[in-house]
Write a protein that binds this ligand. Sequence first.
Ligand SMILES: Nc1ncnc2c1ncn2[C@@H]1O[C@H](COP(=O)(O)OP(=O)(O)OP(=O)(O)O)[C@@H](O)[C@H]1O
Ligand SMILES: [Mg+2]
Length: 264
Amino acid sequence: MQKKVIVVKIGGSTLGNHDTTLEDLVELQKRGKCLVVVHGGAKVSTEWLTRLGIPTSFVSGLRVTDAETLKVVAAALGGLVNKELVVAIQALGGKAVGLSGCDGNLLWASVKSPEMGYVGEIVAVDPTPLKLLLKAGYMPVVAPVSFGSAEGRVMLLNVNGDTAAGEIAAALAAEKLIFLTDVDGIRDGSEQTVHKLNLAEAKDMLASGVASGGMVPKIEASLRALTTTKVVRIIDGRAAHALCDDVSRRARQSKSGGTTIVSE
Ligand SMILES: Nc1ncnc2c1ncn2[C@@H]1O[C@H](COP(=O)(O)OP(=O)(O)OP(=O)(O)O)[C@@H](O)[C@H]1O
Ligand SMILES: [Mg+2]
């Protein structure tokens, strides 16, 4: 039987190597943990769109994606960001293979809504390539660029990294899904971090509008993951060794920061 997997979504704050997240991933791999990494890269994508003079906008945390934006986002995330992460992990002594949602049929999507352009909503996940890599001792590093049918042909689609992470965790029945981001968890209406949420409370955060922008796809992805995954954590990836602490027993025994979302 396959070992339980931890899915780690790394966001913009980690890309650029300013924190200890990549060291932590390598350390956990050395300790025998099965890790699947899914990355975002909103900041890098925006930087390249700006350089190319392409205006960009977000609706509920998702980037409105026209044909030109799609090309730039696919190049930035599937190319530059993914390869820089893989090289950095290898340089630290880890074993990593980069792939996107297009590779090995991993993430099949459809157009989410015509107003959003080529933004994909995941319809099917084939986790076979991830399982093969894990079995061979590699850490898969997934760029969320996906593919699916649109306008009568099969083409690339832009999927949010949180969405991809949630679907992958659900498909793998992961032990845990951890979102590393640039805030210490989900904040309530008084700007206080909420330590624990169940499904109904998480849904309320969306319905009330307390969670907005980039937090929306994280909560939606958490709800999806929790169909099979036991626990979701949303933590501050900028804090030193946040990832190792969260995975190790230390975090469970002591009062850890961040938000925990569970089914019950
Ligand atoms: N209730 C909330 N609690 C905490 N953060 C919130 C809340 N509502 C909105 N946010 C925003 O969500 C942001 C995190 O999502 P964001 O998409 O910016 O980062 P990321 O997903 O980690 O990175 P990337 O999009 O590059 O993968 C926070 O910086 C904050 O501005
Ligand atoms: Mg985001």
